[in-house]
Design a protein around this ligand. Structure first.
Ligand SMILES: [Zn+2]
Length: 400
C-alpha cells in the first residue's frame, strides 16, 4: 500500500515537472490563458526582492486607486506561492532563496549555490541554459554581484565575496548581458572582505564586452548591436526611484529589461534572463512606504515591458515562460486602517511594520510564504503551493 502511494506520488511529481511539450493540450475557456503545450525558447525570471503581498496592495492602491486596475504582474495566468525556509533557518536571506531557485536545493543563509561544508552542488539554471546553447543575461537594480543575481552566475560559500562573484561572471559563466549596480565590486582597488582585488571591468572589455555606465551609453550599445554587454550604472546599488532627480543618468529597471531582451533576442532564438528589482528589499529594510511604492511600480513597469515584448508576437506568446517571483518578505509590512466606517477616505491606509526599528538599525526579513505569478509553457506547475526548490525543477525541465 505504501509502495503504491509512493509510486502515485512520484508519478504526480513527475507530471508536475514534465516539460510542457509532452503535456496534453488543455482546453481553456479563459481569454487570458496562454497556450501551455509548447516548447520553451525564452525563460524570463523576474524577482521582486523582499516584496510581500501587502506591498502589492499598497502599490496598486497608490498607483491605480482602491478599486482600480491590477498591476501588470497581477495579470499573469498562474498564481501560486512558495515556502521559503533555508537549510538551517525558518527565515531565509536572498542568498538561500535565490540558490534554492537557481540550484534546486536548500542552502544555508549566505551561501551562493555552494555548500560551505564541501557537499557538491548542482549547476545553476543559467549555466544549464548556456550548456544548451542559449544566450543568457543578468539584470538587477542592486549590485549585479549581489546575492540574487549571484546565485544564477556564480558559486561561492559567502555572498559578500562580490569581487570573486564578478571574477566568475567574467572568467567562467560569461552571461552575454550583465546590467546593474556594482562598479565598486567589479573593480576593487583595496581587498574586499574575501580578499578580492581584481579589475573585471577591464578584463570583460578585453574579451568583447561593450562596457557602459549610463542610460545614453546603454541605448547606444543596444542600437550598435553589442554582442556582449556589461553595464554598471553606479558604484554600489542603483539609486532608489524616490531619490532619483529628473536629470539622473541611471536607466530604470524597465530600460535595462528592454536592453537585455533586445540584445539576447538578437543573439539567439533561445535565451534565459534573470531580472531583479533588488532595491525593493533595501527600502523595506528601512521601512519606507513612500520609497516602497515607486520601487514596486518601477518593477511593475519592467514586467510591463516584458509583457509587451511577449504580446507583440504569437511565437513569443507560445514559447516564453515568464516567472515573476519573490524570494522572501522584508520588514513584515502590512496595510492598516481603522476599520471604523467613514473614519478615513476609502483607499486611505497607513503602513504597519513588524520590526520595531530606530534608524540606523534596519528591519529584517520575515518567513512568510511568498508569491509566484507566471505564464507560458510549464507554468501550470507553478500555480499552486510549492517549495522554492520546485522552481528549479520546473525551469530545468524546459531548458533544452
Ligand atoms: Zn534583504
Amino acid at each position: 500500500m505504501r509502495r503504491k502511494i509512493i509510486t502515485v506520488f512520484v508519478a504526480f511529481l513527475t507530471l508536475a515537472v514534465l516539460p510542457a511539450a509532452r503535456a496534453p493540450v488543455t482546453a481553456s475557456g479563459g481569454q487570458n490563458v496562454l497556450p501551455n503545450n509548447h516548447e520553451v525558447k525564452h525563460v524570463i525570471i523576474m524577482v521582486a526582492d523582499g516584496m510581500g503581498l501587502a506591498d502589492v496592495t499598497a502599490a496598486r492602491i497608490r498607483k491605480n486607486g482602491i478599486a482600480g486596475p491590477s498591476l501588470r504582474f497581477e495579470t499573469l495566468d498562474e498564481i501560486g506561492y512558495q515556502r521559503t525556509f533555508s537549510e538551517k533557518n525558518t527565515v531565509t536571506d536572498s542568498a538561500g532563496a535565490a540558490s534554492a531557485w537557481a540550484c534546486g536545493e536548500k542552502f544555508v543563509n549566505d551561501e551562493i549555490c555552494m555548500h560551505a561544508d564541501g557537499r557538491p552542488n548542482n549547476a545553476n539554471l543559467l549555466e544549464l541554459a548556456k550548456a544548451e546553447g542559449w544566450a543568457t543575461g543578468l539584470v538587477s537594480t542592486q549590485t549585479i554581484t549581489n546575492a540574487t543575481p549571484a546565485a544564477f552566475g556564480a558559486h561561492v560559500t559567502f555572498r559578500d565575496c562580490e569581487n570573486e562573484i564578478a571574477r566568475q561572471y567574467v572568467q567562467i559563466t560569461r552571461p552575454d548581458v550583465i546590467l546593474g549596480g556594482g562598479r565598486n565590486t567589479f573593480k576593487r582597488t583595496s581587498p574586499d572582505v574575501c580578499g578580492g582585488v581584481g579589475d573585471y571591468i577591464t578584463e570583460a572589455q578585453s574579451i568583447g564586452y561593450t562596457y557602459v555606465i549610463d542610460r545614453a551609453g546603454l541605448q547606444a550599445a543596444v542600437a550598435g548591436g553589442a554582442k556582449r554587454l556589461l553595464g554598471l550604472f553606479r558604484g554600489s546599488y542603483m539609486t532608489p526611484e524616490i531619490l532619483r532627480p529628473p536629470t539622473s543618468t541611471e536607466p530604470h529597471l524597465s530600460e535595462m529589461s528592454a536592453a537585455a531582451i533586445t540584445t539576447l533576442d538578437r543573439l539567439n532564438d533561445r535565451f534565459f534572463v534573470m531580472i531583479e528589482g533588488g532595491v525593493i528589499d533595501l527600502v523595506k529594510h528601512v521601512e519606507s512606504l513612500d520609497a516602497l511604492v515607486p520601487e514596486v511600480s518601477a518593477f511593475d513597469d519592467s514586467v510591463g515591458v516584458v509583457l509587451d515584448w511577449i504580446n507583440a508576437s504569437e511565437e513569443r506568446k507560445q514559447h516564453t515562460l515568464l516567472i515573476v517571483i519573490v524570494d522572501h518578505e522584508t520588514g513584515g509590512f502590512a496595510v492598516m486602517g481603522t476599520e471604523v466606517a467613514g473614519a478615513e477616505p476609502l483607499g486611505y491606509f497607513t503602513g504597519g511594520w513588524t520590526f520595531a526599528i530606530t534608524p540606523p538599525a534596519m528591519a529584517g526579513h520575515t518567513g512568510t510564504d511568498t508569491m509566484i505569478w507566471s505564464q507560458g509553457p510549464g507554468s501550470a506547475a507553478l500555480g499552486r503551493a510549492i517549495d522554492n526548490t520546485t522552481v528549479y525543477e520546473v525551469v530545468k525541465a524546459v531548458l533544452r
